[in-house]
Ligand binder design. Structure first.
Ligand code: GUN
Length: 303
């Protein structure tokens, strides 16, 4: 059997088109567009490239976007004051502080300082609580889990009553996606198991999964014999396992990326599977745009 590929790159294009159309409609009716600020501390190359992509995408869908770069030695108090300024800025609907932060800054304090109604990352404890309650209460779902659920829905995979096994218990992916999949409602209503480094017989749990969501950060952790024939496999892992010359410019080296699932073997067993790269990755920034649009719609009372 060869699995159907669930391509994040294609789903992203569809969703970004939907967002662009909605932004134009809101602009015509209400005279406003969503505003997103990304705050970047220092010059970490990976963070710089993520933030650039976020801002470019915001620009593409018609948002008002601000990239606020601050020096690596910004005092914590100054960063908190900056967040407060954007909390009170009416033109801003979404605030994202790019992580990781320098060691002298308390990440928890910073994430807690963002107004929960502008917390488009979904990292504030209020939004974590809203997610746990579910239903109408859930406001901003964290972007990677929201992207995973959207992919499962758009791939037409049945979730109601499905056995979902989540590999990994991070605050950013494992815990939120497990909570989202057990809620009542669309793209959920599943029976959920979470396995992690403390689990005995991880393979036995995985073998039961109709939907296997892997976010462990361990290249090739999930072996083909752990996959139930016909299962939907979502691989969140993006592991750099080496370098190779770029196809576009062979004088430059680019990272070789590998997921947490042995893709080549798994695609012969699974019913559907996400590739790495081009699977879950492109969905994260897309859902950030969706959250920022939602923030404005909530403020306008049209959500
Ligand atoms: N750093 C890596 N991924 C993320 C993300 O999704 N949000 C924020 N704020 N920082 C990140």
């Amino acid at each position: 059997m060869t699995a159907t590929l669930i391509k994040g790159t294609e789903i992203r294009e569809k969703i970004l088109e939907e967002i662009t159309a909605e932004v134009a409609e809101i602009k015509a009716k209400h005279g406003v567009v969503p505003g997103l600020v990304t705050i970047l501390i220092g010059e970490n190359p990976a963070s710089m490239s993520y933030v650039t992509l976020k801002i470019q995408t915001a620009h593409r869908v018609g948002f008002h976007e601000i990239q606020d770069s601050q020096p690596v030695d910004i005092p914590e108090e100054a960063l908190l004051a900056l967040i407060d300024k954007y909390n009170r800025d009416d033109s801003i609907n979404g605030i994202l502080v790019q992580l990781p932060l320098p060691d002298h800054i308390d990440e928890k304090k910073v994430l807690n300082a963002v107004d929960p109604d502008k917390d488009v990352d979904g990292f504030h404890p209020v939004n974590v609580g809203r997610l746990m309650i579910g239903g109408d209460e859930a406001k901003f779902l964290p972007c990677t889990p929201a992207g995973i659920q959207e992919m499962i829905i758009r791939a037409g995979v049945e979730t109601k009553g499905a056995e979902v096994v989540v590999v990994g218990r991070s605050n950013i992916v494992g815990k939120p996606i497990a909570n989202m999949m057990l809620q009542k409602g669309k793209g959920a209503n599943s029976t959920v198991t979470v396995v992690h480094t403390g689990t005995k017989n991880m393979d036995e749990h995985c073998k039961r999964a109709d939907i296997l969501i892997v976010a462990a950060g361990v290249p090739g952790l999930v072996k083909p014999e752990w996959i139930k024939p016909g299962a939907c496999v979502i691989d969140v892992g993006v592991n750099r396992v080496g370098e190779k010359p770029s196809k576009k410019d062979p004088s430059k080296m680019v990272a070789i990326l590998k997921g947490d699932v042995d893709f080549d073997a798994a695609k012969e067993i699974a019913g559907s599977i996400t590739p790495v790269p081009g699977g879950v990755g492109p969905m994260t920034i897309t859902m950030l745009m969706k959250n920022t649009l939602k923030s404005l719609k909530c403020k306008l009372g049209i959500e």
